[in-house]
Structures are given as C-alpha cells and as structure tokens.
Design a protein around this ligand. Sequence first.
Ligand code: NAP
Length: 275
Amino acid sequence: MILSGTKIAKNIYKELREKVILMPEKPKLQVILVWENSPSMRYIKQKKKWCDFIGYEFELKEFWNQVSEAELIKCIESSNQDISIHGILVQTPLPAHIYTQKILNSIDPKKDVDWFHPYNQGKVVIGDKSGLEPCTPAGIIELISHVEKSIGGKYIVIVGRSNIVGKPLANMCINLGATVSICNSQTKDLIRYTKKADILIVATGKPKLISKDMIKEEALIIDVGFSVVDGKIWWDCDFDIIQKTHTITPNPGWIWPMTVSFLMKNILKAYYLQK
Ligand code: NAP
C-alpha cells in the first residue's frame, strides 16, 4: 500500500485557510534568501503558493551571495522587532563564508517557523509542545498516525541523524513511547537494525540504500530521502520494497507536502505565540 502525504497536507491547508479567513489581521511570513540564482527559489515558490492559498502575507527579502553575516543579522534583528512579521525563514544553504548556525540563532525563537533555534530544539527533546515544531519530523509523525493508532511500544529505526530530520524525529518518537534506534554512516551491519523495525524511516539521500531483504514483512516504511544522479531521481529505498510493506514513497512528491503543511501550521502558531 502506498500512503501519500499530499491529501493529508491539502486538508491541513484547508483547515488553516478556514481559520485565517476569520482573522482581522493576517499572519505574515518573511523568507530571507541569500543565493544568486539559487535552486532554493523552487522551494520558496511552493511556500508562497500555500501562503497565498491560506491567506498569509508573504515577503521575500533577497540578498546577493556577497552579503556579510553582520548585514544578515541586522536584517533579522529588525524583523524580530517588526510586529507585522510573525515568522522568519532563512532559506538554506547559505554561502560558505557565512556561519549558518550563527544566523539561525539570531532569529527570535517565537518567529522561528523553520525550527532551527536551539531553544525550540531543546523543547522537542524534553517533549514540551508549547514551542514551534520541526516541520518534516512533525509531518512524518502525522502521516504515521493515519495508519497506526499509536507508536507506543513500536520498534522504530531511523536511518540518518541530521539535526533537521533524524535527531528531532528520534526525540519525538521516544516521547511518544516508541523504542528507537538511530543509525548513521558508521553503523555496522545496518540490516541488523532495519530488519527488526516495525517502522523504518530513512533519510540519507543515498540511492537504494534499503533493499527488500533489509526489511521485515509488513513493516511501515517512510522514505524521506532522495537524490538526483545524472538528472534522474533516486529514493533511499529500492522501489521493490513496496511489494512487502506499507510504504510512503517516493519523496519528494509525498513527504515534502507534509513538511510544507507543518511549516504553514507553525506560522499560525508563531502568530499566537506573539499575542
Ligand atoms: P544529511 O544532513 O545529509 O544527513 C544524512 C544522514 O544520512 C547522515 O546522518 C548520514 O550519516 C546518514 N547516512 C549517509 N549514508 C549512510 C549510510 N550508508 N548508512 C546509514 N546512514 C547513512 O541529510 P538530511 O538533511 O537529513 O536529509 C536526508 C535526506 O532527506 C535527503 O535526501 C533530503 O533531500 C531529504 N529530506 C527531505 C525532506 C522533505 O521532503 N520533507 C526534508 C528534509 C530532508 P552521518 O551523520 O554519519 O554522515
């Protein structure tokens, strides 16, 4: 069975739109882009499309790639003070001369809709739901909830330990009562873990890392990763695993909408956190 995030995301957009239409003041997202002719523009256009649909205001602030850290921080500090801006999103990657975490740390945690500030990250570790949420992990948990009543007691294996997917997702699953293993590129004998997983979540960007023989019958597989080799998209899981599983694949088509819909949820939450 294939589970798609597209339909679930559309319902989230509609629910948000119904709430925003009743609001006298509209929440506003500011996106900061530093990259000449960046492919990031494709992602930004999608975010704008859904902001327009929901009724959020959207502002794009562009800088050429020679911009200094100081200039960027000055811009963010000014947006932090601006009460008409409720969410600030710095589109990454940033040019090599800029220390990305320093820039992200300068965003007011209440406006950190892309969830990069250590304050919000810490809240997820301790299971405090009052802060903003990591968009991709929260989207994955929502997807899982459509096929599993509870993940308490499940054995979940996450392949990939990035700050944006693997680590926050592991914390969220632990807080929900799952038993979690998190693997990385140095994990020895990966199959030893993947083969036992009730739920396997793969976010590596390594083509066909997971094959049919690496999973157990009837496991739920969430394939977050993808890569482009010679112009062709590859998923982290070999597509033939579909014969054996519930599977959510391929990304970017079906996980990406969940990420964007949770970004949209964060914008509304950020608005209320500032009231
Ligand atoms: P990342 O920061 O590059 O992290 C990749 C992770 O995969 C690392 O922890 C790495 O281990 C691990 N890894 C690499 N090769 C491995 C191997 N052979 N066995 C086990 N683990 C291995 O990437 P990311 O930002 O988390 O993104 C991962 C993938 O998800 C990418 O394809 C990205 O495009 C996709 N993604 C999709 C969405 C979305 O659609 N919503 C959102 C975010 C990311 P080490 O730490 O040891 O290097």
